[in-house]
Design a protein around this ligand. Structure first.
Ligand SMILES: NC(=O)c1ccc[n+]([C@@H]2O[C@H](COP(=O)([O-])OP(=O)(O)OC[C@H]3O[C@@H](n4cnc5c(N)ncnc54)[C@H](O)[C@@H]3O)[C@@H](O)[C@H]2O)c1
Length: 278
């Protein structure tokens, strides 16, 4: 592996990362939800100029590469009551989601023009993130499970009946690998995919925590309503049908909530402790 550091919005840096002969590009760099909402200029630069830089670098290649783009559930509206079908219109209620939807459209058109072969995965909220909290409005969804597993208290900014569309890191990796190699002919013009995540309420997540780690772990989660966070995540749909990804495109199913907690303990807990000096 060779690591290059650079600004995703800098065309020269991106071209250096996508040299001649590149066959697959996975575009992950982004300014995430709460930060993109707080700083419009930064979001536009990283989330749109960044996609344009990737597009231009791919365009310079002799053979169009497969490009896997990380779009998001946040590119949709609908809120708590929504169960979105595969052809639902993207109507984002925040700048981050709008920037992701714009990225999808740019890459879809580049694909139509034969410049690349793009697949946009609209990731659910990925839990449990290892490491530390980040600037995503959904950061708390991982924190209410991760922090108690580390023995630390944490705050819950929404009610326990709040529902979210989630997936595990393990599932996200599996979907990326599938998107890197899958036959894209069945996609046609429509390059955006809603992968088969799982709808879960905060109460169900906390129940899974208690089942795996006991009531003392659950007791570390304290209610602390936060209207700013609620306003962002409250607009995201909590469920998708995801039939196309499941039945036509061969994306794997999300495992249970208990398995997600157990997966974090098995794969990420020790590393997170080390990283945070706990
Ligand atoms: N984690 C989730 O729940 C989730 C859900 C939906 C979509 N996504 C998308 O998946 C991708 C990865 O998300 P993540 O959760 O790992 O977020 P993250 O914040 O941990 O990672 C984003 C990365 O982008 C990098 N970055 C930011 N500005 C940059 C710049 N100007 N140049 C180069 N790099 C820059 C950051 O350093 C960071 O490493 C993002 O595109 C995000 O929008 C994540």
């Amino acid at each position: 592996m060779r690591c290059l550091a650079g600004d995703i919005a800098d065309p020269a840096a991106v071209a250096a990362a996508i040299p001649p002969g590149t066959r697959v590009v996975v575009h992950l760099a982004a300014v995430v939800s709460a930060q993109a909402e707080a700083d419009l200029d930064l979001g536009l630069r990283v989330n749109i100029q960044g996609v344009l830089a990737v597009l231009q670098a791919c365009r310079a290649l002799q053979q169009p590469p497969r490009v896997v783009f990380t779009s998001s559930v946040a590119s949709f509206g609908g809120g708590q009551e929504a169960v979105l079908p595969d052809d639902a219109r993207q109507l984002p209620g925040n700048s981050y989601g709008a920037q992701k939807a714009i990225g999808e459209l740019l890459l879809q058109d580049a694909t139509r023009r034969g410049l690349m072969d793009a697949v946009s995965l609209r990731l659910p909220t990925v839990i449990i993130r290892p490491g530390r909290p980040n600037k995503a409005a959904s950061s708390f969804v991982s924190a209410i499970l991760r922090e108690p597993l580390l023995g630390l208290p944490t705050e819950l900014p929404v009610g326990e009946d709040f529902a979210l569309w989630i997936c595990s890191p393990r599932r996200a990796v599996d979907w990326f690998l599938h998107a890197m190699t899958m036959d894209t002919a069945p996609l046609g013009l429509d390059r955006g995919i809603n992968p088969p995540g799982r709808s879960a309420t905060v109460a169900k997540l906390l129940q899974a925590l208690e089942t795996v780690a006991g009531p003392a772990a659950r007791a570390l989660v304290r209610p602390a309503p936060d209207p700013t966070i609620e306003a962002i995540v409250g607009g995201w749909p909590a469920a998708f049908t995801a039939e196309r990804a499941r039945r036509l495109l061969g994306f794997s199913e999300q495992e249970s909530l208990e398995e997600i907690v157990q997966g974090f303990i098995a794969e990420d807990l020790a590393a997170t402790r080390r990283e945070r000096g706990l």
